[in-house]
Design a protein around this ligand. Structure first.
Ligand SMILES: [Fe+2]
Ligand SMILES: [Fe+2]
Length: 274
């Protein structure tokens, strides 16, 4: 895909989402061509994505796509892998919709794929201007949606958890009303019915994402915590903000009690030095 075509595709994606955000993110994207170093980096990434994106049968090659993430954004790939690990382990304490759910595993391993289109130096930088911070924080979700489209990830059970993994807890990039988007036991969602199943299980991805983000040693803006200390903090946040069902906390508690070795093993592979 040529540079102009890529920008047209990004514009098309942005114009389809909430206008204020489109405007804000669009201004970031217009900055990207001026980042010469990144133009080259992005070209290589897009080539790799193109090469590894589709299996001969026409289905997206999810594992190969994770490999592209691993090659170009190792800490992000490792974070995604751990999130998939939490989702898998928690699944055995939750309902059958989640346990062994292959689509949710694919979505978990690719949920931050949008970071491939954000310059690596911004992902590594300790201090970010509010401008760049928004590009990293909100922009990666928008760019993830763009990449789903670009890579032909249109199976809703994989695509929706990727696209909405921040809407559930942070309300971006689609500005879904949090009260509507959060499902608690017995609470009805007010969203398009074809998204409901994906979003219900997407909640779990979102929860696991938070569980790891609190521990993640590659996030330089926070102190390193053990998974158990992170759990205490997540419990606090969850109760204060009224997000996520209690059963997710209960499931994570069991995972930390009964699968401590596996959880330690997940963190032993991380890249600590960025
Ligand atoms: Fe994310
Ligand atoms: Fe994440």
């Amino acid at each position: 895909m040529g540079e102009q075509k890529l920008h047209n595709a990004i514009d098309e994606t942005f114009s389809a989402i909430e206008p204020t955000l489109s405007e804000r993110i669009r201004s970031h994207v217009s900055l990207l061509p001026t980042l010469k170093q990144f133009a080259h980096e992005r070209e290589n990434i897009l080539l790799d994505l193109k090469e590894h994106s589709v299996l001969s049968g026409g289905k997206p090659a999810y594992f190969e796509l994770w490999g592209v993430l691993e090659k170009h954004r190792l800490p992000t790939a490792q974070h995604c892998e751990r999130v998939a690990g939490y989702v898998r382990l928690m699944g055995s304490y939750l309902d059958p919709l989640v346990e062994g759910n292959a689509s949710l595993q694919h979505a978990s391993r690719l949920h931050d794929i949008g970071k491939l289109l954000i310059p690596e130096y911004l992902l590594k930088k300790k201090e970010l201007s509010s401008f760049h911070r928004m590009l990293v924080v909100e922009g990666h979700a928008v760019l993830g949606e763009f990449l789903c489209k670009y890579l032909g990830i249109d199976d809703p059970s994989v695509r929706n958890p990727i696209v909405y993994h921040h809407d559930v807890k942070d309300g971006y990039p689609h500005n879904l009303d949090k009260a509507q988007s959060i499902l608690d036991d017995g609470t009805q969602r007010v969203i398009a019915s074809d998204m409901q199943d994906s979003l219900v299980i997407g909640d779990l991805l979102s929860f696991a994402d938070s569980a790891d983000a609190i521990v993640d040693p590659s996030r330089t803006y926070q102190q390193h915590l053990t998974p158990r200390a992170a759990f205490e903090r997540l419990t606090d946040i969850t109760h204060k903000r009224g997000i996520f069902p209690q059963r997710y906390l209960d499931a994570l508690d069991k995972v930390l009690l009964n699968h401590a070795e596996e959880v330690d093993e997940m963190y032993s592979k991380c890249q600590f030095d960025i």
